[in-house]
Design a protein around this ligand. Structure first.
Ligand code: NAD
Length: 328
């Protein structure tokens, strides 16, 4: 099987590229990325074919998708605050970009398209757990672009019979995730701060809960989806319903790093959703054999990566160069 990854030089994309290139049933991996938040070093030496450029370039997509069997579409500006600052840029990269990917997938003969939406589409809806049939209530332009992404996949399935699978990612963490910017995700940020002997910044009282998924588990689901050619036009939550409060992460990080976590509480961020937890019935029905990597194991692997790749600047895992502001 031959697979193209859009956004393959980013955090999740480069982990997926590594997983696919090592798989005996995958013959070729192509990556297209404009390096706006990702970095070529993340995929250097893996043996993937890299095309630098924007997914809004239809001619480039035709080149990348020619001869491929499937596309994993991860390219996006993955930041809520950035979308609030510049909604048009997020719309163009995420919504128009998705439309370009779907059109190119059609022109290439009807490729299987698997794409990343986000739990942010649930937004202001307070109900838990987050079942895919709940009313969506986006609170940011970013969330709207992700709703457009999954809706376009569904529409292309119904209008053109394109085989699609839109996933709603929740809080993904793991090796290769950036910690060095204002909107970094909590796990890399706290691990990095603790290893550097600095306090972990806690927004509000830290009782907010999140459904964290290790990037290796996300890559396992994406790989199975490709190889089993899973087609589902309705969005599918990609998380395992394992809700944990931010304060409860602290002992896990202390064990993984071998250092006490010092806390510094600052005011809560108004845009923060208080609680998040996925209903994963649809995911489990489609992928009954996938078992998630346990939080303890995932945090330990992430801490190991920070210790070796970041603290000692001796990278063996992907490491970005540019400031990204991930999904919140
Ligand atoms: P990332 O920023 O590390 O990766 C995104 C990649 O897309 C980057 O390499 C970037 O350079 C590339 N890109 C952006 N715009 C592009 C364009 N117009 N053309 C070509 N390439 C472009 O982010 P990530 O955390 O790996 O996220 C991957 C996907 O998963 C995104 O679609 C994001 O919205 C989604 N997602 C992530 C999370 C999470 O917790 N990380 C949660 C929900 C959804």
């Amino acid at each position: 099987m031959k697979v193209a990854i859009t956004g393959g030089a980013g955090f999740i994309g480069s982990n997926l590229a590594r997983a696919l290139i090592d798989h005996p049933k995958i013959n070729q991996v192509r990556v297209v990325d404009n390096l706006s938040t990702g970095c070529e070093a993340n995929i250097a030496g893996l043996g993937v074919d890299f095309f630098e450029g924007d997914i809004q370039n239809a001619g480039l997509l035709d080149q990348v998708f020619r001869g491929m069997d499937a596309v994993v579409h991860l390219a996006a500006l993955p930041s809520v605050p950035r979308s609030v600052r510049d909604p048009m840029a997020s719309h163009q990269a995420n919504a128009t970009g998705t439309l370009q990917v779907l059109e190119a997938a059609r022109r290439a003969g009807g490729l299987h398209v698997i794409a990343a939406s986000s739990s942010s589409v649930y937004g202001a809806n307070p109900r838990l757990p987050k079942h895919e049939d709940l009313t969506t209530a986006p609170m940011s332009p970013y969330a709207v672009t992700k709703l457009a992404t999954e809706a376009y996949l569904g529409a292309y399935h119904h209008s053109f019979d394109l085989p699609v699978l839109p996933f709603r990612f929740f809080n993904v963490y793991g090796p290769g995730q950036r910690a060095d910017h204002a909107y970094a995700a909590v796990i890399p940020k706290w691990i990095s701060a603790t290893l550097a002997g600095q306090p972990a910044t806690v927004y509000g009282d830290g009782t907010q809960t999140r459904d964290f998924t290790y990037v290796g588990t996300v890559c396992r689901v994406l790989t199975d989806a490709l190889l089993l050619r899973i087609v589902e036009p309705r969005p599918v939550n990609l998380a395992f319903g394992t809700r944990i409060s931010l304060l409860d992460l602290i002992p896990e990080i202390e064990t993984a790093t071998g250092h006490p976590v010092e806390r510094e509480h600052v005011s809560a961020r108004p845009s923060d959703v208080p609680h998040s937890q996925a209903d994963n019935g649809r995911l489990r029905a489609l992928f009954p054999t996938v078992a998630p990597v346990a939080l303890e194991e995932g945090i330990s692997a992430t801490a190991d990566w920070f210790r070796t790749s970041v603290m000692n600047a001796a990278s063996s895992y992907p490491q970005g160069r540019r400031a990204a502001e991930p999904d919140s």
